[in-house]
Write a protein that binds this ligand. Structure first.
Ligand code: ATP
Length: 378
């Protein structure tokens, strides 16, 4: 379906609708004393999707509203290609915004809803009809054109919303949790459709979500925000595998990354040991860190659940606390080194209280500064 959709979009526009870069420069925004956004900057190439990710209240929607022109920034500039757009009214910015609530006109048919942006632009009736039919075909809505929104399923309604957003070929596409009202299966399907659609429209897009699966699967770039501050801007792979700090490491990934506070100690004969693991630092990280970590210095070691390998020859010992059955796999927690550690297991025999042995996958270890939480460059 997604291939067909992409092909149809290409055909519909003949060539990519836009090839302008979005440049967000040093945006700051406060509401009274509260800083909602602090020095937010990034660039998006045509066809690139940035997903703004972070906990509730981190500033995602404010960022989107500022780019849309529904809110003005206190500081900073927005550029689309060679045009500065933050000085323009929302209607002159050439963008489409899709909200989480279906914003369809209930008294209009699907065809009238789709045609509405063209009608506002005073596009001729004939052209409206051609474009509505093309969009309806693209989004598999041909049989729904004469229905009203109340007669559609959630997924069909959301497709009409998307159709209405793209029918006038915007130069920038903004989406604020557009799938949050859909069930899991439909969400997964619509994610693929949106990505395929956006790639073929060749516009930059900003997508706001607090759902990390959505972020990891859809984004070309993820912007992780916390309290209005940019904590990391990177590809999904960088965000997951090289998190900039313990906040990003803990926020992205479910179950979340395990953290163990460790101390680097050097003994009298010069041999180092990492407490409470009882191994040398080099055994965790072969390139070593002896020259950088001082004796007695503490740091945070992070390991994702998939980096814990359970087996009889494991060099570490833990005690199972609980095992959760998830259908395709089991997620277990164990107590180890004063921490609660989560890992995956295929064993059906683990019970709370069992002692197990395990190894740490060396290339899955992360090291962070204890005070700042920042990734240590080992
Ligand atoms: P959520 O995921 O819950 O939608 P968000 O990351 O989108 O959250 P924003 O809606 O951008 O967060 O809000 C960022 C911060 O700015 C919050 O602390 C919010 O209370 C505050 N805020 C947003 N809009 C206003 C406003 N119009 N007046 C005052 N404070 C506001």
């Amino acid at each position: 379906m997604t291939d067909t959709l992409a092909e149809k979009t290409e055909n519909q526009s003949g060539s990519p609708a836009s090839s302008e870069t979005l440049s967000v420069r040093d945006i700051c925004k406060s509401f009274d004393e509260h800083q909602a956004l602090v020095n937010v900057s990034f660039e998006l190439q045509p066809g690139e999707m940035l997903v703004a990710l972070g906990p509730s209240g981190c500033g995602k929607t404010t960022l989107l509203r500022i780019v849309a022109g529904l809110e003005s920034a206190d500081h900073g500039e927005l550029w689309l290609g060679s045009r500065r757009i933050d000085t323009l009214a929302p209607k002159d910015r050439d963008l489409s915004l899709v909200f989480q609530n279906y914003a369809l006109y209930p008294h209009m048919t699907v065809a009238q809803n789709l045609a509405f942006p063209l009608k506002v632009k005073k596009v001729s009736k004939d052209e409206q009809l051609i474009k509505v039919n093309k969009i309806a075909e693209m989004l598999r809505l041909e049989d729904q054109l004469q229905k009203r929104p109340a007669q559609l399923s959630g997924g069909q309604r959301q497709r009409v919303v998307l159709g209405r957003a793209i029918i006038r070929q915007p130069k920038l596409f903004l989406l604020d949790e557009p799938l949050s009202n859909l069930d899991t299966e439909l969400r997964a399907h619509m994610r693929r459709e949106i990505v395929s659609l956006q790639k073929s429209l060749h516009t930059p897009a900003i997508y706001v979500t607090h759902d990390q699966t959505e972020a990891l699967t859809m984004a070309d770039k993820i912007l992780v925000l916390k309290n209005g501050h940019m904590r990391q801007l990177g590809t999904p792979d960088e965000i997951y595998n090289k998190p900039a700090d313990t906040f990003v490491a803990g926020f992205v990934g479910a179950p979340k990354m395990n953290f163990i506070t460790c101390t680097y100690e050097t003994g009298t004969i010069g041999r180092n040991s990492v407490a409470p693991l009882g191994v040398t630092f080099e055994s965790l990280y072969p390139k070593g860190r002896g020259a950088v970590l001082r004796s007695g210095e503490s740091f945070v070691m992070g390991i994702r659940p998939e980096g814990i390998i359970v087996g009889p020859l494991g060099e570490f010992k833990g005690r199972i606390q609980e095992v959760e059955f998830l259908g395709d796999r089991r997620v277990a927690t164990m107590s180890f080194a004063g921490s609660e550690i989560t890992f995956y297991t295929e064993s059906k025999s683990f019970r709370a209280g069992d002692d197990i042995k395990f190894n740490l996958k060396k290339d899955s270890l992360h090291f962070f500064d204890l005070q700042s939480g920042k990734r240590l460059g080992v």
